[in-house]
Design a binder for this molecule. Sequence first.
Ligand code: BG6
Length: 303
Amino acid sequence: MENAVSVTELDRRSGIPGIAQILEGNGGLTKVRITSPASVGEMYLHGAHVTSWQPSGADEVFFVSSKSRWQDGIAIRGGVPICFPWFGDNRDDSKAPAHGFVRIKSWQLDAIALTEHAVTVSMSTGSDEGTKQWWPAEFRLLYRATFGIELSLELELHNASTAPLRFEEALHSYYRVGDVRTARLEGLDGVHYLDKTDAYRENVQQGDVVIAGETDRIYLNTPGAVEMQDLVLRRRIRVDKENSLTTVVWNPWADKARGMADLGDNGWTQFLCIETSDVLGSAVEVAPGQQHRMKAVIRVAGL
Ligand code: BG6
């Protein structure tokens, strides 16, 4: 359900004049718009979904599909969907939503804070009757997006259950590229990965990752940064991370994209997903009363 509090009331409570405004976005969904000297950006309460970030002096960093649907129960195609508490299809329940349930529901806007160089938007969600139909856990999930000359994304799970919780998580970021066929991803040379296009066969990356067909890979044991070079947009995007041990790299390529109604013609050429994550064997286990925080920091530089 979209937040019951009106947009005007949310803006009165949490907006910062000239810096952060809460307003109606696509599909009537509520969004926060940041307009600060360091960057402009947008984030929806639906899925706590960052859909735009443009640091000062740079172009838009994220791809959002012109065919995306914008409604409760459906994920936005582009930006940074949050996958939790499972990644991909639910292995125990084929009817459960792909990539978990938090990207398809409205979160609560907790606060917007202005610091000297950045604006932090804090949102949260948690267990309720709706989530328990899919996952019996008691939990709180906090998300802090800090829009500045860099973008910092922090996802924090609090286990409010009496038993340990095990979950997967991913910041499924769609980075905008001039042409994915000419993009190069550095930082994964020699890393083992599982190839989802080949029944999860294990391979070893040789050199940079280049996209020359459908690509759906889970790079294992990757606590460090990756960097994408885009010769068309003449820029580099660097993703640093904390408390994340897998990196998913995804692009559907032409054939699969044709079957995706929310992607549109040639949309697949315009993004590469690089996902700071903890999936499969790197699923996280958190003891009762404890928390886990995964973080990605994104920076852009010209070539
Ligand atoms: C990727 C998965 O992260 O997300 C792919 O590895 C999946 O297998 C893709 O196809 C898109 O998922 P969705 O549910 O947003 O269409």
